[in-house]
Design a protein around this ligand. Structure first.
Ligand code: 5GP
Length: 180
């Protein structure tokens, strides 16, 4: 294991099993609907690629990129669109696919922004939800795992653009990001 990683949190098999379960629930709920998966770049790419293959209803995939963390690990609360959707979502059944909800500020912004485009429905699937006491209350319709309030990497999640390619989910060593 890389020296920056403290411990493994969720193994490959467990992730695969949970992603399959999420895909089954989503497939059941979206029968006969016009599903559009909206992946939030870049953290959700690996999750979205696996999840999409566990969903058996017709779908389109689109992406948005918003600013959150740079190389530091603190959210600024200011969300900016770096890349918008390519297609119109009016009248579509939109499912936001996120990597992790921490404070919830990014998701709050995304929900408000996408809702204003008048989709038929708007739901959220997040791989991880952090147990952050400051988290704003938001409905996450499909959630993979609850994780402790540590900095998480792997399976798409980065630290300074590293570790996205790891197949498992890890806790980063706190001494690397405890700046207080
Ligand atoms: P929020 O707005 O909910 O505080 O933060 C959401 C975004 O911040 C996520 O989409 C993700 O990009 C980033 N983020 C939050 N917590 C973590 C974490 O523990 N690890 C990584 N790699 N990114 C995180």
């Amino acid at each position: 294991m890389d020296e920056d990683l403290e411990r493994i949190l969720i193994g490959e098999k467990e992730i695969k099993k949970r992603v399959k379960e999420l895909g089954e629930s989503i497939s059941k709920d979206y029968q006969g609907k016009e599903l559009v998966l909206v992946g939030i770049l870049r953290g959700a790419i690996i999750f979205l690629a696996d999840l999409a293959r566990e969903i058996n209803v017709p779908m389109k995939v689109d992406f948005m990129a918003v600013s959150s963390y740079g190389s530091s690990t603190k959210t600024s609360g200011v969300v900016r669109i770096l890349k918008d959707l390519d297609d119109d979502i009016r009248g579509k059944d939109v499912l936001i696919v996120e990597d992790i909800v921490d404070t919830g500020l990014t998701l709050k912004y995304l929900l408000k922004n996408l809702k204003s485009r008048k989709p038929a429905s708007l739901k959220v699937c997040s791989l991880l939800k952090k147990e952050n006491k400051q988290q704003i209350s938001l409905d996450i319709d499909y959630c993979g795992f609850k994780v402790p309030d540590n900095f998480i990497v792997g399976y798409g999640l980065d630290w300074d653009e590293k570790y996205r390619n790891l197949s498992c989910i890890y806790v980063l060593k706190p001494e690397l990001y405890n700046e207080d």
